[in-house]
Structures are given as C-alpha cells and as structure tokens.
Design a protein around this ligand. Structure first.
Ligand SMILES: NC(=O)c1ccc[n+]([C@@H]2O[C@H](COP(=O)([O-])OP(=O)(O)OC[C@H]3O[C@@H](n4cnc5c(N)ncnc54)[C@H](O)[C@@H]3O)[C@@H](O)[C@H]2O)c1
Length: 289
C-alpha cells in the first residue's frame, strides 16, 4: 500500500453521493471508487444512472445506484436505509445536486424561489440529518462534503436566489461542523467556479441556449480565470477525495476553492495587452484598438 492509500484510509469505506451521475458527480463517484470506496448514488437521470452503473460494474466496483428525486424525503431516506442494509456503515456524504437558471430577481416568482431553495438547500438539510446519526453510531466519525459555488462568496447578478441558497449551505455547514465536531464528523464545502459540464454548457450558451461562450475560448477564459483555463471535473473530485480521506482529519467548517484563482482575484481581470484591472479598459469598451 502506498503513502496516499495508507494515510488516506479510504479503502473499504462507504459514501453516499446525491447527484452522482452528473458532470461533477460522476467524477466524484469514479475517483472515490478508484480509492476503494463503496459508493451509493441517487440521481434523477435514469439514463445517466445506467451508464454509471455499467462503468462501475465493468471496473469491478461495489456500488448501489438508485434513480430518484433527492427532494422527496422518502426517496432520500430509502437510499440511506439501503446503505444500512447493504454495508452497515456510512463514512462519507457528498451533496452534489444543485442547479439554477439566469433571471433578474425582479422577474422571478415565489414559485421559482421555492424551486431554487428545494434543489440547492433543503435536501442538504435532510441528507445531513440522515447521515449524522449513522456516522455517530459508527463511532468512526465521518466526512460531509457539500458542493457549493463561488457564487456563494460574491454577488451573482441574475442568480440571486441560487447564490443565497448556496451561501446558506455554506453557513449551515459551518454551524453543523461545530455541533458535530466532538463526534469527529467533519463538514466542509467545495466551491467551484467554471467547470464545463453538460449542465454548465447549457448555461454558457451551448446546445442552442442563449449566452456568451467566451469562457470556452482560450483568450476569453484567460481574462477571467488567473490560471487561464477552465476547471476540469477532476479539479473538483480531487478536493472531494481529499476531504473524504483521513488526510483532512483536522479540517472542518471550511471551504476549498478549486477555481484557478477567481475567488482570490475577486473582480480583477487580465485584459489582453493591458494586464490586470478591476474594470474594463475604455478602449475595449469603445472598440478603439
Ligand atoms: N459545473 C460547474 O461549473 C459548477 C460551478 C459551481 C457550482 N456547481 C455545482 O456543482 C453541482 C453539480 O453541478 P454539475 O455541473 O455537475 O451539474 P449536473 O446537472 O451535471 O449535475 C447535477 C446532477 O444532479 C442530478 N439531479 C438534478 N436534480 C435532481 C433531483 N431532484 N434529484 C436527484 N438528482 C438530481 C442531475 O440529474 C445531475 O446528474 C451543482 O450543485 C452546481 O450548483 C457546478
């Protein structure tokens, strides 16, 4: 066994991953499984679930995949019961499900706010309430990882309620982390910025949807992201593997920012030929050069 495997202690542990068949979720499930973690996935996308099932089986991984809606309390608690029956332990929970659409706040309705809170926040409460007693009962501690977003850490015009819901996940995690710290249960967030996935692709103007695809262009992305490239799904799954592992045993109530530096740059842009500024150069605005 190598240094990482021994220090990480992931082999033989059990993880629940909601939204595990999506863009980031699949990478998270695959990388946890590659480290010997037995994975239980809940996802609403039946086709994606079947594809993931086939891939995990082909690689000989022990996994439980259920198609269902994380917003339905019975479905979510059924997943945890299935984990109890199959493996009798729970070490890690990764809450991946989330999503949004672009609209000015004043153009949105209470129905839309409710939908955004349900898909980004409320299931996280329920999943944590199901996970913590199981982790306590196991007596080995545990790790809960919530996938949030850079938009939980800055203003996000056009995404007010999404941003608020993800910020609520961050604050909830911080408090819960303190409440369950004596049980050695850790809660942390991973806050990506731009990682092309089918979902993100739709929001960025792929598949016939409206929007600017500047972030898919090497010159465009270099303006906004200090490391001058989009995120890759493994940039996120690497963080989750670390947080699930014993390498992070003293880390709780905090957030990792795998974003190529955008959280740090916070509104500063690297304009071609002009360099860093926290505003667009006038000649670019006026099309003078
Ligand atoms: N991709 C990015 O650039 C990015 C950036 C910041 C934050 N995020 C966050 O990362 C998470 C995953 O994003 P992604 O890009 O992989 O999106 P995605 O749409 O590919 O993944 C979400 C997964 O959740 C599943 N899902 C949706 N609603 C569900 C429900 N009600 N019940 C069960 N499963 C459901 C989807 O089928 C999908 O497989 C989200 O929480 C998103 O807010 C992504």
């Amino acid at each position: 066994m190598g240094w990482f495997e021994e220090r990480g202690g992931l082999d033989g542990t059990v993880a629940v991953i909601t939204g595990g068949a999506g863009g980031l979720g699949q990478a998270i499930v695959t990388d946890l499984a590659a480290n010997g973690v037995r994975t239980a996935v809940l996802d609403i996308d039946g086709e994606a679930i079947e594809q993931l099932r086939a891939r995990l089986a082909e690689d000989g991984h022990d996994a439980l995949l259920i198609q269902g809606d994380v917003r339905d309390p019975d479905t979510l608690s059924g997943l945890f019961t299935a984990v109890d029956e199959r493996w009798g332990r729970l070490d890690t929970l990764v809450n991946v499900v989330g999503g949004t659409f672009r609209a000015s706040f004043t153009d949105t309705s209470p129905n839309a706010w409710n939908a955004l809170l349900r898909i980004n926040l409320l299931h996280v409460f329920q999943a944590c309430s199901l996970a913590v007693p199981r982790m306590r009962a196991g007596g080995r501690g545990g790790s809960i990882v919530n996938i949030t977003t850079i938009e939980a850490h800055r203003a996000a015009p056009g995404y007010a309620v999404y941003s608020a819901a993800k910020a609520a996940v961050e604050q909830f995690s911080r408090t819960l982390a303190v409440e369950v710290a004596p049980d050695n249960i850790r809660i942390n967030n991973v806050a990506p910025d731009f990682v092309p996935t089918p979902n993100m692709d739709k929001m960025a103007g792929g598949n016939g949807h409206s929007g600017d695809r500047a972030m898919y262009d090497p010159e465009g992305v270099a303006v906004a992201i200090p490391m001058a490239r989009p995120g890759q799904v493994t940039d996120i799954s690497n963080c989750v593997v670390f947080l699930a592992s014993r390498l992070s045993t003293y880390l709780t109530g905090t957030t990792l920012h795998p974003d190529g530096g955008t959280y740090a740059s916070a509104g500063w842009f690297n304009w071609p030929g002009d360099g860093w500024a926290n505003h667009a150069p006038l000649h670019l605005i006026r099309g003078e050069r």
